[in-house]
Design a protein around this ligand. Structure first.
Ligand code: BG6
Length: 332
């Protein structure tokens, strides 16, 4: 059983994989991506495929954008040595967040077997539009929180990113023209991992329908929709349904921690929720290319306890979009 980082780039990951497969055989290797063990990541498939109200509109005709946001409040703490040689792209995007993206975007697996699931995910990895010299400017933002360079074990003058925001496209029929936005960062003042699906508006004056799959700290599903403002008026206002799974089931269910669940699956020989070599290979190719195109540019500075650099907002604003935030009045 191996946990990430699986290599440092495609070349080192390939060497590692060859060695491992030569000694153990592909069928004996389990590569843990602990995000695949999280309750609400495992729930994505059920939400997508067991609900026609979502299944049938899960495409670019109805969906304007998909946002995968993984913000952390902590800095690098005691892990500066590891982190400084990695950075947000390799630490979170290449593995956890691309895995989530592939489950959000995949076709319904043809068969409910590990191979069926992995093939469906792999098709998404394969369809990611590759970055080039031109597109990199409007698809990637890297940032570094102020004070990072003074953290223990971080190299003085380090250019390692502690924040990354990306705009990706999946070149297939389902997703033609719908951007997938990803952002992740340390010291952002909040700990919140959410997947937001922003639907197209029927007309410009109304707010969009928004589905949010809440991964942590709250586990749940949020749906924003429109109603008539109560009273003698025809105004249309947004409202919400907000299912808090971690609130409702708290006494009935002991959700196994992600690692506990994955280790259990490994002991039982269940291969569904582990990353596969071909997925790792493709995602390294993708991330290596981003790093190469980024070159030695300086990451944008951001103040600790803010949601990353301003450039990450501009990344969406160029398309008339913004990072979705649950309106304050809806907060519990
Ligand atoms: C790890 C990263 O894989 O995931 C860390 O190396 C990150 O930098 C962590 O903080 C986040 O995991 P979780 O389960 O706390 O969201």
């Amino acid at each position: 059983i191996l946990e990430k980082p699986f290599g440092e780039n495609l070349a080192s990951a390939t060497v590692l994989n060859k060695e491992l497969e030569a000694h153990f055989g592909a069928g004996q290797i389990y590569r843990i991506d602990h995000y695949l063990g999280k309750e609400m990541v495992r729930n994505i498939q059920a939400i997508r495929f067991a609900n026609p109200i979502f299944t049938d509109v899960w495409n670019s005709r109805y969906i304007e954008s998909v946002q995968i946001s993984a913000l952390e409040d902590m800095g690098v703490e005691t892990r500066g040595g590891y982190y400084d040689a990695s950075g947000a792209l390799k630490d979170m995007v290449q593995n956890h967040l691309l895995q989530i993206l592939s489950i959000m975007a995949m076709e319904e697996p043809k068969e409910m077997t590990p191979k069926g699931l992995h093939d469906a995910q792999l098709d998404v990895f394969d369809a990611l539009r590759q970055a080039d010299e031109e597109s990199i400017k409007e698809m990637l933002v890297l940032g570094q929180y102020e004070g990072y360079q003074n953290e223990p074990l971080v190299r003085p003058g380090s250019q390692t990113e502690t924040f990354a925001a990306l705009k990706l496209f999946i070149d297939n029929k389902r997703w033609k023209g719908t951007p997938f936005y990803i952002r992740t960062g340390k010291k952002t003042g909040t700990r919140e991992i959410e997947l937001s699906v922003i639907f197209r508006r029927p007309y410009p004056e109304v707010e969009p329908n928004v589905l949010i799959i809440k991964i942590q700290p709250t586990e749940g599903v949020y749906l924003q929709f429109n109603i008539k403002r109560p009273g003698d008026t025809d105004d249309i206002i947004p409202t919400k349904m907000d299912f808090c799974q971690s609130c409702s089931f708290i006494n009935q269910m002991n959700t196994p921690e992600a690692y506990e669940r994955l280790l259990g699956a490994c002991v039982r020989g269940e291969r569904f929720w582990f990353s596969q070599w071909d997925q790792i290979e493709t995602s390294w190719k993708y991330v290596d290319r981003l790093e190469e195109l980024w070159g030695d540019r300086t990451p944008a500075a951001y103040a600790p306890d803010t949601a990353g650099p301003r450039e990450a907002d501009a990344l969406l604003a160029q398309d008339g979009h913004h990072w979705f935030r649950e309106p304050e009045v809806y907060k519990r």
